[in-house]
Design a protein around this ligand. Structure first.
Ligand code: ADP
Ligand code: MG
Length: 255
């Protein structure tokens, strides 16, 4: 079953003065099946953030279609968007995006509070998630009282608590040390093995080597993709490195 279907996405930014145009995405098409774990890689400026913002329905494409869970998100009305986003998407950001004046628990509950769930429902949903993410003992702490890895695990709990169709992660290991980063990647694999669909934008070859498929973006298009299939993380790491080297030198694609 398709969760996400992206068709011929194009995004042109027009600068406010002078009328200069930047084509951030020229023609991006791909789809994601339920249960997949997909990483998107590409050099700085290749359009990753632009793509993620459009998938998150935070920005509109200039052209093209995005179908999420059978709905065309580019045609949703502004007032339907917030609810649609809350009901279908979970977000994990590089810088956690937790509210400093809320305990971790209140941060995690926030999307459910916004959709009007009662406290008992919130508590019973949190229990297994907090256990899985090993944050049960720190739920009453505030973000500034815990480590980066713990903050990111709370952010993952906040993303999971609404049972989203899709988790969108933007450089989720970008601000973590290598130990916390390994732990987060293990958790993503575990969550994915339990059926959660994940789409992750990352610079990190190591992070991408944990995904089941890696898409490479170059010059605003999907340039190449790699399937992990039965490869180990180490073999996948090597394949990704080789592909990035080819992209950097412009190899393959030129006559
Ligand atoms: P990445 O996340 O892969 O580094 P971005 O999606 O941020 O790439 O950017 C892709 C291209 O679009 C870059 O050339 C960037 O300068 C341009 N761009 C991004 N956002 C804007 C904007 N709001 N206005 C104008 N140009 C933009
Ligand atoms: Mg970016």
């Amino acid at each position: 079953m398709l969760i996400l279907d992206v068709k011929n996405l194009q995004k042109t930014y027009t600068t406010r003065f002078g009328g200069n145009q930047v084509q951030a995405l020229s023609d991006v098409s791909f789809s994601v099946e339920k249960g997949e774990y997909v990483a998107i890689m590409g050099e700085s400026g290749s359009g990753k953030t632009t793509l993620l913002n459009i998938l998150a329905s935070l920005d509109k494409p200039s052209r093209g279609e995005v179908w999420l869970n059978g709905k065309s998100i580019v045609t949703l009305k502004e007032k339907e968007l917030a609810t649609f986003r809350r009901n279908n998407l979970g977000f994990v950001f590089q810088d956690f995006n937790l509210l400093d004046t809320f305990s971790l628990q209140d941060n995690i509950f926030l999307p459910l509070v916004l959709s009007g769930k009662d406290f008992n429902e919130m508590r019973s949903r949190l229990k297994p998630i907090a256990h899985k993410l090993r944050i049960e003992d720190i739920l009453q702490k505030f973000p500034y009282e815990v480590s980066g890895g713990q903050k990111q695990r709370a952010a993952v709990a906040r993303a999971l608590i609404t049972n989203p169709q899709l988790i969108l992660a933007d450089e989720p290991t970008g601000a973590l040390d290598s130990h916390a980063s390994d732990e987060l990647l293990r958790l993503f694999t575990q969550i994915n093995n339990e059926g959660q669909t994940i789409l992750m934008v990352t610079h990190s070859t190591k992070a991408a080597s944990h995904a089941k498929r890696v898409l490479f973006i170059k010059d605003g298009e999907v340039f190449h993709q790699l399937y992990k299939a039965s490869m180990s993380n180490e073999e996948m790491y090597q394949k990704i490195s080789d592909t990035l080297a080819i992209i950097a030198t412009g190899g393959v694609n030129h006559e």
